[in-house]
Ligand binder design. Sequence first.
Ligand SMILES: C[S@@+](CC[C@H](N)C(=O)[O-])C[C@H]1O[C@@H](n2cnc3c(N)ncnc32)[C@H](O)[C@@H]1O
Length: 406
Amino acid sequence: MRFEEKSRLLITCAPSLSDWLQKELEALGHSIALVRKTGIEIEGSLVDAMKLNLWLRTAFAVLYLVDEFDCPDADALYRAAVSMPWEDIIPVNEYISIVSYVDNPTINNSMFPNLKLKDAIVDRIMQREHRRPDSGPERTNIVINLYWKDDTAWLYINTSGNKLADRGYRRIPHKAPMQETLAAAVMMAAGYTGDCPLVAPMCGSGTLAIEAALIAQNRAPGLLRANYGFMHLKGFDDSIWKDIRRDAHKGKGSDPFSSRGLTPFSAPRIIATDIDPKAVEAARKNAATAGVDHLIEFKVCDFAETPLPPAPFIVVMNPEYGKRMGELKALEETYARIGDFFKQKCQGSTAYVFTGNLDLAKKIHLTASRRFPFFNADIDCRLLKYEMYAGTRRRKTTSEATETDK
Ligand SMILES: C[S@@+](CC[C@H](N)C(=O)[O-])C[C@H]1O[C@@H](n2cnc3c(N)ncnc32)[C@H](O)[C@@H]1O
């Protein structure tokens, strides 16, 4: 398979992240061909896909289009797939898995198209090579994605394999952790580039602080991972991958969301605290796995006791919102205390609250200057921005109702 050959790349993401993914892609120099709710299309080669796997912070997977074809039923799927040159793409000693999204009236068993496609690929390779690759559900090696809508099907090589949100640093998740891709998008929405101090009270397993440290350090998040789908394809050249990684280690490559190069590096402070000692322990260990523990100051304390740098700084909090943990009554008080904390201790700085409960957010009793829409799994969430000008007063929340979302 020729890694320089261009095709369409579909970069997938969580439903609320396509705006942030688009910004990342544009800043990395790509022209956007099409924006979907859960993905963005660009033109690119497998070498481009390798770089994107390394640098993108908000993407789930980078998919390389193999073919698009008419596909009225499962027999058509088999016929089209068995005529494709899989022997040029998949080594016989490899392991393949099929992932599909199917919306076609002839299909009522979602596993059937996977089986049909797997048979076509394996039969084709068997005809040509007289041996066949193994197959199964693990996404550790070669992953083929099938999108089949009405009478059209698209076949992609999933160059990521396992989803990019699994960076590999969060070995200890603690309670209600935020997905890494979401945390990265939250830090981008907060305008964090690493050039002012960051405070993350209620840090939980540390995802926001760790993603911030990766951004501040201009560190490609993909450097933490050793295995990608593209490595298993025929024609993969390890020396090209080594060059791409070497450039990323030098900070070349480049991450638009950081304002600094990699070396020499002295970042403004990142402070992460949580009232639960187990959370702080998890966060510390996760940060060590990510290689950024030396950049983050950890402390076990109530959020209101978090040690603060001189203003201006960015403070980002992700309190519980009563859907997964926590009792609503107690949380009302916590949210009111968050408002007091911002008002009393964060003047001259910018404060953010990420929550899935806007009724609770009203208890903060401050007016959000912006509200960024997000989804955390299937929960409709907002990142609320509060400009804590020196002298910010407590205001009625009715004005929040007049604000528009992003
Ligand atoms: C929703 S979790 C944060 C998850 C985090 N964003 C992550 O990715 O792991 C909320 C955290 O707030 C902490 N917390 C709750 N009440 C607190 C308080 N009064 N002071 C400090 N932390 C508190 C909890 O221990 C929990 O770790």
